[in-house]
Design a protein. Sequence first.
Length: 145
Amino acid sequence: MAPESGNVDVARLIAEVAQRHGIALSPKDPVFAAVTLNELVLKRTIQEATAAMKATIDSFNASVQQAENRAGEVLAQQVKGSVEYLRQAVHADIGAANIMAQDLVRGIHRAHSERSLRLWSGVALLCAALLCVGSFWLGRLTALR
């Protein structure tokens, strides 16, 4: 016998009740009206529970999306703060490197100037000495004649 409704196999139910309880039922027995009512109530309850679960899942998904958005905003703020800190640190390092480079250039210039001064002072002293020796020598040559 085929099932009378879409979900209940009446023949299987009749056989099961007969085997377990020793009661003979027929497909027109009023107990199947109760089974049909239970089936309808159960379907309605399942539909309502499914709708409630879907609403809960949708609400949960919306909450997750909001949490992700908020986390993204917080992360963006932290990244912005970190970038600003790094920018300031790099700027400070560049400033320190600039000062060190200027000090190095001044030191090189000072060393070069002192060296030049010593060199030219030595050349001038040598020229003066040569001029003095040349003058004495020339004076002696002219005096001897």
